[in-house]
Design a binder for this molecule. Structure first.
Ligand SMILES: [Zn+2]
Length: 140
């Protein structure tokens, strides 16, 4: 099968062949983001009526989304850390990308990650997942 999508390594910036790497998110970081968001909301929730109110400035203090990272196993800065990972071989086609997106949407933590940027980036020149021809490197 010709690959339609290429994962690009955050470390060396080269495409990741099927068995050489993965797209991953740090699960400990996701938990920290969940807790930070809960705390952020608690601070701004009215103790009496439970309504959430915040100013425009508060938005800047909103906990950052956890970034999905792409790495060759050899370039991974933290191999073996608790991670949710998607092997490069399993995210090679549009169909697979759709299936992963549907699967991930069942996870309560997905919105705390930048999966939306992954999706947007495929066409708008993102850095992690790109249309295969844009990588400019033939599959080996
Ligand atoms: Zn690499």
């Amino acid at each position: 099968m010709t690959a339609e999508l290429d994962l690009i390594c955050d470390g060396c910036r080269r495409p990741i062949a099927d068995d050489d790497g993965y797209l991953w998110v740090d699960t400990a970081e996701v938990r920290r983001a969940e807790e930070a968001i809960r705390a952020w909301e608690e601070e701004r929730t009215d103790a009496v009526d439970g309504s959430l109110s915040f100013s425009g400035d508060d938005i800047f203090g909103y906990p950052a989304k956890v970034r999905w990272q792409a790495h060759h196993a050899l370039c991974d800065p933290a191999p073996g850390e608790g991670a949710y990972d998607i092997p490069a071989a399993k995210i090679r086609s549009w169909e697979q990308l759709l299936d992963w997106t549907a699967h991930l949407m069942e996870k309560s933590w997905l919105s705390h990650t930048d999966w939306d940027d992954i999706l947007r980036g495929v066409h708008s020149g993102g850095s992690r997942l790109v249309v295969a021809s844009q990588a400019g490197t033939p599959n080996s």
